[in-house]
Design a protein around this ligand. Structure first.
Ligand code: OGA
Ligand code: MN
Length: 289
């Protein structure tokens, strides 16, 4: 089977057909990895993977990252449940700890940028989708970098941003559901504002809601600047929105893509399962599962 790759109309994203991720040979995986580097987001409709099959496919991209909080996991710390459905089938309200943790996902971000070694990729599968809403949007930070003028690129070249989960969650009132021990493991970290992709050599912006301010610049002004940069970066044609069907799997490259959930009515269930690939690093990574 040769995977069929159909690019979206945006600068990122492709739909991949004629492939079964649960039974993938080395050649097909190589084609998928190459397409992923080119398109940064790959959408695999109708895969219906079990959690174990998702873990097995994910591991082909590298070691998995463990979840930030026990709230999101049930046993295996590498399998993250993003769900407003309680065990008894009733729903968490928007103003519960879980509701507020999930709300944070509705603002442009890249997963784990607040960790010292941020995530390489995330894989998300849809188990229950709401009747209305619940889409996920993706924004291409390679094309956003390319769209900057030369003076801005030069100015940003050596800038470092402080990324902090306490900052980003504080903004959405989502500080509950995380224990003090978990907060102690999450001090603010510094990340370059411009990254070069290790596989493609392309430069891209590395920003999003966890980016609090720029080191060495005025705190409040640089915060406002980063927010405006993010708004400008996340505009068409750099956006692709995925409308989920049960069984879909999407993988995105956290090194060069921002994403956000578009939200859905709180009285409708939505259940997603995420696995996260740890960032490549020569250093020991305390977040590897
Ligand atoms: C995530 C995320 C958004 C969504 O899984 O990391 O941000 O639409 N998800 O569920
Ligand atoms: Mn996310």
């Amino acid at each position: 089977m040769t995977p069929e790759i159909t690019p979206t109309d945006a600068t990122l994203g492709a739909v991949v057909g004629n492939v079964r991720l649960a039974a993938l040979d080395g050649e097909a995986f190589a084609a998928i990895e190459e397409a992923w580097h080119a398109h940064a987001v790959l959408i695999f409709p109708g895969q219906h993977l079990s959690e174990q099959e998702q873990v097995d496919f994910s591991r082909r991209f590298g070691p998995l990252e463990r979840s930030l909080t026990k709230t999101h996991t049930q046993g295996d710390p590498a399998i993250i449940h993003l769900s407003n459905v309680k065990k008894d089938g009733t729903l968490w309200g928007a103003d519960s700890d879980t509701g507020r943790l999930l709300k944070g996902n509705n603002y442009w971000h890249t997963d784990s940028s607040y960790k010292r070694i941020p995530a390489k990729a995330s894989l998300l599968t849809a188990k229950i989708v709401p009747r209305t809403g619940g889409e996920t949007a993706f924004a291409d930070m390679r094309a956003a970098y390319d769209a900057l003028d030369a003076a801005m690129r030069d100015w940003l070249a050596d800038k470092i941003a402080v990324h902090s989960y306490a900052y980003s969650q504080g903004k959405v009132g989502g500080m509950g559901g995380i224990t003090q021990d978990e907060w102690d493991d999450l001090p603010p970290v510094e990340q370059p504002v411009i990254r070069t992709h290790p596989a493609t050599g392309r430069r891209n912006l590395y920003i999003g809601r966890h980016a609090s301010h720029i080191v060495g610049e005025d705190h409040d002004e640089s915060r406002k600047f980063l927010e405006e940069l993010c708004v400008e970066a996340c505009r068409p044609p750099r956006i692709h929105i995925h409308k989920w069907q049960v069984g879909d799997l999407v993988i995105w490259d956290n090194r060069c893509v921002l994403h956000r959930g578009l939200g859905h009515p709180a009285d409708q269930p939505r259940r997603m399962v995420r696995t996260t690939i740890a960032g490549d690093s020569d250093e020991a990574n305390e977040w590897v599962a």
